[in-house]
Design a protein around this ligand. Structure first.
Ligand code: 13P
Length: 262
């Protein structure tokens, strides 16, 4: 089980949206179109309550399932939490970890991110580790420092074999849900820094295969220019993943950009 970036990776983080019937309706619409996306890795990340029903719908298609969070213990008296084996059992292959909304509203830290990544890997779930700077940090010229410290702490103690199973999502906080998108040049600057950092820490082979996603108001009309950048391997999409049409359009733009840069 090794991640690679031969095809664009497009994941829809549905956040706290969609009842079970709404989730099923959306994923059915995506499944209908999925033969058009053989050249992309398409992942849907519904809320916990919809995982099992969404899993039933995507059976037999190329669409994959992810969850939005986990707790690092396997089981126990941890009311309200969900563990890695439970997500595996529900049919997940991916799990987002350390999303900025979780860091902001639920006190997640780089230390808890590291524990969650380890728990995910122990159950063969691919972690999608999210990181990124606030507007204030960007304005103070601290973007790279912030990203560097999140990588160093979030991935602490992990070796290159483990890193080859981790997806990194750069999500500048000021671009999430705001309609503001990082320009391709702004995003590429951070993505190339992340890849260089991976080279330095884990070697060229691991770093060159790593999947580094962009997230933050990714839309059909900005996906192409973002994914044309050398170090942008896909998108973690919030709002625009809640409608089949826009998510499908993003996947098409991603495939087009990827084919041109190959
Ligand atoms: P938006 O695409 O709604 O800005 O959300 C991005 C995000 O947070 C994905 O995880």
């Amino acid at each position: 089980m090794i991640a690679n970036n031969q095809n664009p990776f497009i994941a829809g983080n549905w956040k706290m949206f969609k009842t079970i019937p709404e989730a099923v309706e959306l994923v059915k619409a995506l499944k209908e179109k999925s033969p058009e996306f053989n050249d992309a890795e398409l992942v849907v990340i519904p809320p916990f309550t919809a995982l099992s029903e969404v899993k039933k719908v995507i059976e037999g298609s190329t669409i994959k399932l992810g969850a939005q969070n986990l707790f690092w213990e396997e089981q126990g008296a941890f009311t309200g939490e969900v563990s890695a084996p439970m997500l595996k059992d529900a049919g997940c292959q991916y799990v987002t970890i350390g999303h900025s909304e979780r860091r902001q509203y639920f006190d997640e830290t780089d230390e808890t991110v590291n524990k969650k990544i380890r728990a995910a890997l122990a159950y063969e779930l691919y972690p999608i580790m999210c990181l990124g700077e606030s507007l204030e940090e960007r304005e103070k010229g601290k973007t790279i420092d912030k990203v560097e410290s999140q990588i160093n702490s979030g991935l602490e103690g992990l070796g290159s074999e483990e890193i080859s199973k981790i997806i990194i999502a750069y999500e500048p906080i000021w671009a999430i849900g705001t309609g503001l998108t990082a320009t391709p040049a702004q995003a590429e600057e951070v993505h190339s820094f992340i890849r260089e950092k991976l080279v330095e820490k884990y070697g060229k082979k691991t770093a060159s295969c790593a999947i580094i996603l962009y997230g933050g108001s990714a839309k059909p009309d900005n996906t192409y220019s973002l994914l044309k950048e050398n170090n942008i391997n896909g998108a973690l999409v919030g709002g625009a993943s809640l409608k089949a049409d826009s998510f499908v359009q993003i996947a098409k733009e991603a495939i087009k950009a990827y084919k041109e840069k190959k």
